[in-house]
Ligand binder design. Structure first.
Ligand code: PAF
Length: 278
């Protein structure tokens, strides 16, 4: 499989492609990423998988430092798909940012201030900056994003709308372990005991979904906070039930609105997020 580290070489290669699908990643790939790549293979002649740990989206330098990086292992995992449509783009920070490692301030119409935005200062400016840069480099017709980062997905759609980019954003369902834990590159950093208890997050979301059928968002939210109080191994950062379109917390349920429950939990210093359609 071709692995490009250089923008000019990647673009020269892509010149010959009729349709390009793009799967941006930060590496440390798992089955969830492979499911995005499989979708892209089915819909495009060429699939670019970028592998780049973007420094500007980390609000915590220890988290950036500890983020797992293993290009050889990632490429080997992609190769198990046995497709000759895929190329990998694994640039250096110099190639992406030159010497100016900063993010652009974005206005995503308030989407950036909800949930993750409240707890991770500057995170979505960093995501917007890198995704716009990668879109400009790869120039895909379609780009694939997982619903596990649902807020990110909505923000990328807003980026495409605001920058008037001719790119179709394809949302892909959350991929889960057999015990329900949402797949994440961070799961491999969990201790044995935290890995054992982590499925509690999705179980709680499922129960919250059931309760939301008959109870108010406030009642369900209070119940979720109580569940985590009695679970000393998991530290709930936030749980909220929000409108899918604007990501604002529900005050009163409305008939035609679509709602989703969102959660962020610390298992020691490992931060896990998940969400469920209600
Ligand atoms: O979801 C991710 O892995 C990252 O936020 C992304 C979209 C690759 C940008 O760095």
């Amino acid at each position: 499989m071709k692995v490009f580290h250089n923008i000019t070489a990647l673009q020269a290669f892509l010149n010959a492609s009729t349709s390009v699908g793009f799967v941006p990643t930060m590496g440390s790939l798992h089955q969830g990423h492979l499911s995005l790549i499989k979708n892209a293979i089915a819909q495009n002649d060429t699939v670019v998988v970028s592998i780049y740990v973007n420094p500007t989206q980390f609000d915590n330098s220890a988290d950036l430092e500890k983020y797992p990086r293993d290009l050889t292992q990632d490429v080997a995992l992609i190769e198990t798909l046995g497709s000759n449509k895929i190329v990998v783009f694994a640039p250096s920070t110099q190639e992406i940012y030159n010497t100016n490692i900063t993010s652009k301030p974005y206005n995503f119409d308030g989407l950036e201030h909800q949930m993750e935005g409240k707890f991770r200062a500057g995170h979505f400016d960093g995501v917007g900056t890198i995704v716009k840069k990668l879109f400009d480099i790869v120039k895909p017709q379609k780009a694939y994003f997982g619903e596990k980062d649902f807020q990110q997905l909505q923000i990328i759609k807003k980026l495409v709308e605001k920058e008037q980019l001719n790119i179709k954003i394809i949302p892909c369902s959350i991929f889960r372990e057999n015990d329900g834990l949402a797949m994440s590159s961070r799961n491999q950093r969990l201790t044995k005991v935290h890995r054992e208890v982590a499925p509690f997050i999705y179980k709680t979301l499922q129960e919250a979904k059931k309760q939301f059928g008959t109870k108010s968002a406030t009642k369900v939210t209070t119940w979720v906070y109580q569940q985590f109080e009695s679970n000393p191994l998991l530290d709930l950062e936030y749980f909220t039930i929000a409108n899918e379109a604007n990501l604002k917390t529900v005050v009163r349920k409305q008939k035609n609105a679509k709602y989703r429950a969102f959660i962020a939990v610390f298992a020691e210093e490992i931060r896990l997020i998940d969400n469920i359609e209600l």
